[in-house]
Structure formats: C-alpha cells, structure tokens
Design a protein around this ligand. Sequence first.
Ligand code: AVI
Length: 316
Amino acid sequence: MKGFLNEILRGLRACPKYLPAKYFYDETGDRLFQQIMSSPEYYLTRCEYEIFSLKTPAIADLLQSHLPLFDLVELGAGDCLKSRFLLKELVHRNLSFTFYPVDISANVIEQLTQTLPEAIPGLKLHGLNGEYLAMLEKARQLSDRPKVVLFLGANIGNLEKDQTGIFLAQIRATLKKGDLLCIGFDLKKDPDIILSAYNDKAGLTRAFNLNLLKRINREFEADFDLTAFKHFPVYDPVSGACRSFLISLKQQRVNMKTAGESFCFEPYEPVFMEISQKYSRDEILALALTSGFRPLTTFCDSKHWFGDAIWEVDDK
Ligand code: AVI
C-alpha cells in the first residue's frame, strides 16, 4: 500500500507526469484485461495461442534436445492458457518434471493448484506466489534440476528498453549455464494494426487505463474526474514503442486526501500510462546477446505478428 502510494505520488509530481501501469491490475483491471485479450483488435493473445497450439511438439523437441531433464517455471502464469499445451505434451511424453507457476496473485496460484493437475493428470505442480525473481530463486532452491523458464504474453514489452536489459540480466543471474528461457515478443508490424489493438472500438483499453484513476480515487480518496481525461495511444514505428497516455481535457486540480496533496493539470497535459514495446527479429537477437543468452530459435504465428524466442543461458 505504502509502495503503491509513493509510486503514484512520484509519478504525479513528475514532469511530464506518469502513472505506473503495474497498478492497472486490481479486480476490475484483471477483468478488463481478460476482455481485452478476447477483443477482435487485440491480436497478441490469439497469435501466441496459435504458436502453442500448433508448434508445441517442435518446442518440446527443442527443449528435450537441449536438456534431458528439467523443471519448468512460468513467470506470470495467469490461467496457463498457452503453456498448458506444452505441459500436456511433456506429460504425454512421460517426462519427469515439476511445473512451478509463479504469479503475484495468490488467487491465481490457488486456482492453478486446484484445477491444473486435474486437467492434466500426472502433472506435478508447485505454485509459487510472489515476485518473479525471488520465486525463480526459490524454484532453484527447491530443485537442482536445470530450468526452462517461460515468460510469455509479451509482458517484457511493458518495460522501457533500458529496464529490459537489466531485467533479463537479473533473470540470467538466477539461472545456470544451459538453462533455457522461452520469451514472448510482439513483433513490429503495420502501425495501424498495433494502434487499434490499444484503441479497441468497444473502449476496453480506454476503460483499462481510466480504471487506474478510479482505483486512486477509491484507495487514496482522490477526486479524478474520469470524463475529463482522454485515452490516447501512439505508436512510433522507428523505436517500436506503443505508448498510452491519458490527456487532461481541461485545466483542473485533482485532490488526494490520503496524501494531503493536490495536482494541477494544464489543458491537454499528458499523463504517460504504459509502454508496450514492439520488436524486430534483429532487435530480439541483439537483446539475447547483450543480456547473456544464446538465441536458439524463434517460433512465430502464421502472420509473423508474434514470436516466442528460445534462448539458452550462455557462459557466465
Ligand atoms: C500485459 N501486456 C503485455 C499488455 C500489453 O499488450 O502491453 C497490457 C495491455 N495494455 C493494454 N492492452 C493490453
């Protein structure tokens, strides 16, 4: 709670203003994100689902050819919609492994623990509720088998480029030489397709962004007027950054009782909300190399809109 308030205050005091997107995900935010993922414009989930539903045997072959024995760790497991294809395949191949789903939501881990071993008989599951890096470390303490880490859904795209390298280097530091990372990237494509994914006609992404203001109103007794902010995503085809902003439609002052502070907004002043970084194939390769991995291959969907890259931990 204290961390949340401090980060919100830091963002609203900054120039230009920003709010951290990791706080989008309260109960309403989770529900909106589920709806976004099944909206016609948000292609990312469908593309990655296609990769896992069609290419799982090839992915499993690759994992097995590199590591005869391993455990699987999924960072931000959610409902395991895509990884369950791989889990089924590995169980079907009679491989002995433990699946460690990692999620920040205790509810998600509880759900998975109850439902997944039933849906995939023979699956050994040990849920880990907490932060990615700490839980990855925990999985290593629990078993000394080599690790295959899944980080799907283009979640890596929600980090700024300078943070991405740091995060990947931190993941690598918790792994051993030969361990594998399977990481989902949204690829650069027609800018109109990207922009409409973040500006769906039903207004789900708009509501998803505005919901953070609503959350701040509720949790910190603030008085953001949700009708006085406009959702405005932009895509830069050179850098591949898709950025969402909320634009203040008028001069206004927002009060936050919990902090005893108020914030002034100029007409058309932007609040930066979220980055969803898109990558070219060359940028993905370069990222692997600079963060200490050896790129093995990238599995793509039929439209080449999304890629799941498999990297091996290189010499430390
Ligand atoms: C979770 N993450 C990969 C999503 C994305 O595409 O950046 C979050 C999202 N934001 C708006 N729509 C979806």
